[in-house]
Design a protein around this ligand. Structure first.
Ligand code: UT7
Length: 336
């Protein structure tokens, strides 16, 4: 048995900054409302014509992560891609990365766990490495939300929150099993699947031919729906639970956390967790103020920035935690 460890990190966000005031020109909202409820000041949205997609942003983040890992692209044994906003209905973007990076014909898997996607992806990669099946696994989280949001007042409860971007990590074999990824913890509760959902296109209840022929501008099923307060209440409970589960599994305590990287869903959720666990500011990393909620990309973007700023050092106990649509949630406990 081996452990896995993160040996390279990278992120990419589109250049185009969209401020809260920009949004107030599109819908009835205000900088004050958005900042007070979410902490978000601005987000990046792909600009028409820039050519960024979920796959291309993922590739850009991956190139940086691979370079920093100090390995060659052909050393990658497997690709894991987490997103809820793939370029195509199928195939998923994992294979687009294999092609764009011109990596030999290694396996590529797509993860559909929304805000928990990167945590699920890390768990998949970690377990492939632990068993010895693969040595180096590329894990990407990338989202292009801005093409799929209802940018009218009807959609304001959701559209002001989400941003575009990508993050990536290269995981590699670690022979010292007291280092690297110590454990991963995954959960789901499908009874709440429709509390945060994009229903279409889906083959479950409607024929694609009907959807096309209806061409109904009032059809909201293509836009994200979120029961915000219900999601918020569940998030704070599940974040706390799954962080504690991870710590206890490794005989660690809250005080042992050197860096908590929560999924950037809402600054108020992260602050609630910080207060509950009595963590100091230097023990928690947030960047939702700049990027909004980038779903599967939020943890790898935040992890990369925290590392770039020298806030994660060798020997640190780093905790990743996510909660979102599904509901799905999870945590990763790392000895850096
Ligand atoms: O990442 C996946 C997991 N996601 C989350 O964890 C998100 C969890 N939920 C949240 O972060 C919050 O529930 C939101 C930020 C989404 C919403 O905040 P809230 O405090 O729960 O607001 P609300 O939905 O209860 O809406 C309060 C009021 C409503 O008006 P009335 O009915 O009180 O007159 C909304 O219509 O605010 C109104 N509103 C807005 N006003 C201005 C909703 N969105 C906006 C907006 N600008 N963008």
């Amino acid at each position: 048995m081996y452990n896995s460890k993160i040996i390279g990190l990278g992120h990419y966000v589109p250049d185009h900054v969209v401020t809260n005031n920009d949004l107030s020109k599109l819908m009835e909202t205000s900088d004050e409302w958005i900042q007070e409820r979410t902490g978000i000041k601005e987000r990046r949205w792909v600009k028409e014509g820039d050519g960024d997609t979920t796959a291309t942003m993922g590739v850009k983040a991956a190139k940086i992560a691979i370079e920093r890992a100090g390995i060659d692209k052909d050393d990658i044994d497997f690709i894991v891609f987490a997103t809820l906003s793939p370029d195509m209905y199928f195939p998923g973007p994992g294979v687009q990365v294999q092609h764009a990076l011109n990596i030999k014909t290694v396996g590529a898997i797509d993860i559909r766990n929304q805000c928990s996607g990167f945590v699920y992806g890390i768990s998949v990669a970690d377990n492939f490495i632990k068993t010895g099946m693969y040595k180096n696994v590329l894990v990407i989280g990338s989202e292009l939300h801005s093409h799929g949001l209802d940018k009218t007042t009807r959609g304001r409860g959701v559209s002001v929150i989400f941003g575009d971007g990508a993050g990536a990590a290269v995981l590699s074999r670690e022979e010292n099993t007291s280092k690297g990824i110590l454990s991963t913890h995954l959960h789901s509760q499908g009874e709440h699947a429709e509390e945060l959902v994009v229903k279409a296109p889906g083959m479950g209840t409607r024929w694609v031919t009907d959807i096309i022929s209806e061409n109904n501008p009032d059809d909201e099923s293509y836009f994200p729906y979120m029961n915000g307060q219900f999601v918020f209440k569940n998030a704070v409970v599940r974040f706390s639970e799954v962080i504690m589960e991870g710590l206890m599994n490794n005989n660690l305590e809250v005080n042992d956390i050197d860096m908590l990287i929560p999924h950037q869903a809402n600054l108020r959720i992260a602050q609630f967790i910080q207060r509950k666990f009595k963590l100091e500011d230097h023990q928690v990393f947030n960047n939702i103020q700049k990027y909004g909620n980038t779903t599967a990309a939020s943890i790898p973007i935040a992890l990369t920035e925290a590392w770039e700023q020298g806030r994660i050092n060798e020997g640190d106990t780093v905790v990743l935690a996510a909660f979102g649509s599904g509901f799905t949630w999870g945590s990763v406990i790392i000895k850096w």
